[in-house]
Design a protein around this ligand. Structure first.
Ligand SMILES: *[C@@H]1O[C@H](CO)[C@@H](O)[C@H](O)[C@H]1NC(C)=O
Ligand SMILES: *[C@@H]1O[C@H](CO)[C@@H](O)[C@H](O)[C@H]1NC(C)=O
Length: 411
């Protein structure tokens, strides 16, 4: 979009004291619902909802998020008579890297600036672009680490959920998301801290697909250039977004022509200033479009030239972002069980996905046990290696939350 005029900017900041975000500062899949000035339709919220919501009215199976918990992760927006009230609502954890608190997170949170084009004299080499991508991946891994660390505060030493750590109702209300120091959930709720860190990781994971050429195709009507780099047309997710991996991204995982966009203000294509002669965020953007709650996709754009030139580019970016988000959650479940043992890990996961965990996540609760997935022999064999949790305390039939991935333990 064109540079925002100062009066409009001031108006927005005034209108939205705690929710202000705009694509011009931290361009990404959109965070807020403001289709007219910013062209955003809370794309991050929709992707996150589609990835994680429970079927209507159903309790969590341990993987999907119940409504109030999902609101914290995905955020919510508010319509008035079918029209969005710009910025009204809550950005949620996934939107927090775009939030002005006081400024959005930098390029590492959105996988920007890892641009590369295979032409003589391109301002950044393949190795330099790969190093920028590594900075982004390391940042997202750090957020993932913060998420499982925070989960450790959900239980007391008797393995009971600490009510003050999961409270989302009454005067507590929505989580307050902000990192680092000024920041922190005002009530120090571990559920909020874990969701915040995970949501911030999800933000970058989702942005990777809208900001890179991983899934997309170049505009066939234009020559290949900084304004129209080659598309990789990959049909799967990027392996280096595995949040449990460590160290350098294996070189074979990085296609030679992989690129993200250089981001500077004003965000233009061709680029100027620091982004002169480079592939810009603007050139690759597939940020904006309508995503409906059932996962279907409406009009693509505005302000997303690459999405508008080849509309399937936006669809593919959204699909990959949803799948990659689910993969990251599966990894977080595995990591929490790995770090804390299956018994406590499952209780922590239950506390994250359930809206009333104090009543719904109790070992030995008979109502809970009815919906249980029995422990398999394989699971029990694994549980033996958990030094903290004795098998004696596993209730008959086990417990429900988070057990679906029980074959995925890595010890
Ligand atoms: C996706 O890519 C793989 C290998 O890159 C290929 O075997 C498969 O047919 C592709 N699937 C679709 C739906 O294009
Ligand atoms: C990279 O893109 C260029 C076009 O800029 C193309 O000629 C080349 O074949 C691509 N390289 C690979 C390894 O796909």
């Amino acid at each position: 979009m064109p540079p925002m005029s100062l009066p409009i900017l001031l108006l927005l900041v005034w209108l939205l004291p705690s929710f202000s975000t705009f694509s011009n500062l931290a361009a990404a899949f959109g965070t807020i619902n403001e289709p007219i000035l910013l062209g955003q339709h809370n794309e991050h919220e929709m992707i996150t909802r589609i990835a994680f919501r429970c079927p209507s009215g159903q309790k969590s199976d341990g993987i999907c998020f119940e409504p109030r918990s999902l609101d914290q992760l995905a955020g919510y927006h508010i319509d008035f008579m079918g029209l969005p009230i710009p910025g009204a609502g809550f950005n949620g954890a996934v939107g927090s890297p775009d939030t002005l608190d006081p400024i959005p997170e930098g390029p590492e949170a959105h996988c920007d600036d890892a641009d590369y084009l295979d032409i003589p004299g391109y301002p950044q080499t393949r190795a330099e672009a790969t190093a920028k991508l590594q900075v982004c991946i390391d940042h997202l891994r750090e957020r993932f680490h913060q998420a499982w660390k925070a989960a450790g505060q959900l239980l007391d030493e008797t393995r009971t959920i600490r009510p003050e750590m999961v409270e989302l109702s009454g005067p507590f209300g929505d989580c307050a998301f902000a990192f680092p120091a000024l920041q922190n959930d005002a009530f120090g709720r571990a559920k909020c801290s874990a969701l915040e860190a995970f949501g911030r990781a999800l933000h970058g994971i989702q942005d990777f697909y809208s900001h890179s050429n991983w899934v997309d195709s170049a505009d066939p009507s234009q020559p290949i250039s900084e304004s129209n780099p080659p598309g990789l047309g990959m049909n799967g997710t990027a392996p280096f977004l595995d949040m449990r991996a460590t160290g350098l991204i294996p070189p074979e995982q990085i296609p030679h022509n992989l690129t993200t966009g250089c981001f500077a203000l004003p965000d233009t294509s061709p680029g100027s200033g620091d982004c002169a002669g480079r592939i810009t965020h603007r050139a690759l953007s597939k940020d904006n479009g309508l995503i409906y709650p059932d996962g279907t996709i409406g009009e693509v754009g505005p302000n997303s030239p690459r999405g508008e030139a080849v509309p399937s580019n936006f669809h593919l970016a959204v699909q990959a972002a949803i799948q990659s988000s689910r993969d990251a959650w599966a990894s977080l479940q595995d990591e929490i069980r790995h770090q804390y043992g299956p018994l406590r890990g499952n209780l922590m996961l239950c506390a994250l996905v359930r809206d009333d965990p104090v009543n719904d996540c109790i070992l030995g609760d008979s109502a809970l046990e009815k919906s249980l997935i029995p422990y398999t022999a394989e699971f029990l064999a694994v549980a033996k290696y958990d030094t903290q949790d004795s098998l004696d305390t596993i209730p008959p039939g086990g417990m429900t939350c988070g057990l679906q991935k029980q074959n995925d333990f890595e010890y």
